[in-house]
Design a protein around this ligand. Structure first.
Ligand code: NAD
Length: 490
């Protein structure tokens, strides 16, 4: 028998302790070789003054074990409290959010009885970088950051996950018809990596039609890989479609640490009653066991759980016509799963993890394959101009252009002005609604080199004449390829 694997366990708030105790009871009965280390996170930590809901010393356990099984937590109302999940994801680099969404019809009521898909959401980038600014009286911005290494890691992770779990298709969803550079990169990386997995079918869907098809025909999907914001929304839709969010687990995977939890919250309305369904957390623990190299135990528990659901052993929120007896409490449900260890479902499809490679750091598998993204050699970068963003209220585009043309410092000259991305000079339309936020593009004549000093000289000239410069974006080419959008829809 191999050694016990240390894992960090956080019971959490509300129903957290009840469902965690039930989960650990099943793990222990199934022979999971784990040594839990308990840490406190959540409401009490927030109220004790830790603004992220986690005490500094708890990080030590996480760094040591590199695995967190987490109960849901209650985020106190009011300002000043940061999301613990976002803090953990970003601090520990948990770049892949993996959420299997499976229907258990007819035992759990759903309109989509054949649904069985996994959403793999990029977890660190996109609009979630938290870089937001108010720039003018009227305009606020949020930066959407998409990186090549970030895309490569998540796309490769999705393909490796599909391969390791015998999934046949990976669908990429982006909005690259509009965001050609950021979402375009995600799609391009998907197209670059896909041929390395010839046995896996691939497709790309624009997120709007993709989300619509997910909502109406989820059974056509297998693995979905998508940037952060779309994945956040899609995964809640998908979990809801299965018929109960109370059954859904999730894994947050990084190169060094992984976190496993149910997708639901701390359910304060039923906390302390012993009636919460521990299934979401138990299935998250199953994912954890696969991750730490104990797929056989994971398979035993998962199949016993399927058999339990199939036998009509249901907690209160699932109780219905196919349920036996009175609703089971959290611990009674756990005991019912334990009674069925070694059994397989008869109507629902059994799971098979026996040959699934475990996670790296411990063995080879999806995480290691995604971990070492080779960095490319830097491109030949050339500065060709600058976008100067200006706050100016109550002016027309032609008036502003007149000022800027007069102030331009060679080699830079004013090429165009846009307002909210719409070109308003030269040749603007009087009908275009304009705010107090102008993007003014200055470029040099073709093949004329531009330096940072040229940009500084331009900015000095503008500021000296009272132009309120909000920010600049350098315009560059990379290996001769334009590194900026030409304008709206181009
Ligand atoms: P919730 O998921 O806690 O509850 C929504 C509804 O689902 C409630 O009626 C609840 O009774 C029911 N429910 C949830 N889990 C259940 C289970 N296992 N068994 C039976 N019924 C269950 O969502 P909420 O009420 O919006 O949020 C409560 C708190 O949880 C908030 O403080 C929120 O910030 C937090 N939250 C935490 C996490 C997390 O830690 N990952 C996730 C979501 C919400």
């Amino acid at each position: 028998m191999s050694e016990l694997v240390p894992i960090t366990v956080a019971r959490g708030d509300g129903i957290g302790p009840e469902i965690m105790d039930a989960t650990l009871r099943v793990l222990q009965a199934a022979g999971a070789r784990i040594a839990p280390e308990f840490i406190d996170i959540g409401e009490q930590q927030y109220l004790a003054g830790h603004s992220s809901g986690i005490a500094p010393e708890a990080w030590d356990s996480l760094r040591r074990t590199r695995v967190l099984l987490k109960g849901p937590i209650t985020t106190p109302q009011g300002g000043g409290y940061k999301s613990l999940n976002v803090t953990i994801r970003k601090t520990l680099g948990l770049y892949a959010n993996v959420r299997p969404c499976v229907s258990y019809a007819p035992f759990v009521r759903t309109l989509h009885p054949k649904m069985n898909l996994v959403i793999i959401r990029e977890n660190e980038e996109d609009l979630y970088a938290g870089i937001e600014h108010r720039q003018t009286d009227e305009v606020y911005q949020c930066l959407k950051l998409i990186t090549r290494p970030g895309c490569e890691r998540i796309v490769r992770y999705a393909f490796e996950y599909a391969r390791a779990h015998g999934r046949r298709k990976v669908t990429c969803m982006t909005k690259d018809n509009i965001m050609k550079m950021t979402d375009g990169l995600f799609h391009r990386v998907f197209d670059e990596i896909a041929p390395q997995y010839p046995e896996i079918e691939t497709e790309h869907l624009i997120i709007d039609i993709g989300a619509a098809r997910l909502a109406t025909r989820p059974e056509r999907f297998d693995v979905i890989v998508t940037p952060n914001l779309y994945g956040d929304i899609l995964s809640d839709i998908a979990a809801e479609l299965t018929g109960s969010v109370g059954l859904a687990p999730s894994a947050n995977i990084g190169d060094h640490v992984a976190m496993f939890e149910a997708i639901h919250g701390s359910a304060p309305d039923i906390a302390g009653k012993g009636i919460a369904n521990p299934s979401g957390l138990l299935l998250a623990a199953v994912m954890m066991l696969v991750h730490i190299g104990q797929p056989a135990v994971a398979e035993t528990i998962h199949n016993a759980w399927l058999r339990t659901i199939e036998d009509g052993v249901h907690t209160a929120e699932l109780h219905g016509t196919l349920s036996i007896g009175r609703p089971f409490g959290s611990m009674d449900f756990a005991d019912a799963v334990i009674e069925r260890l070694g059994q397989r479902p008869e109507q629902l499809a059994p799971v098979q993890y026996g040959t699934t490679p475990s996670a790296p750091g411990r063995a080879a598998g999806p995480r290691s394959a995604a971990a070492n993204v080779p960095r490319r050699a830097p491109a030949a970068k050339a500065l060709v101009g600058v976008d100067v963003f200006v706050h100016a209220a109550g002016v027309s585009a032609d008036f502003l252009a007149g000022q800027l043309v007069a102030l331009a410092v060679p080699p830079l000259g004013l090429q165009m002005i846009t307002n909210r991305g719409v070109k308003v000079w030269p040749g603007g339309f009087p009908e275009t609604f304009c705010t107090d936020h102008w993007r003014c593009r200055f470029v040099a004549a073709e093949a004329t080199p531009v330096t940072h000093a040229d940009i500084i000289a331009l900015l000095q000239a503008l500021v000296a004449r009272g132009i309120d410069v909000i920010k600049t974006e350098n315009l560059c080419t990379f290996d001769g390829e334009r590194g900026f959008a030409l304008g709206q829809g181009q």
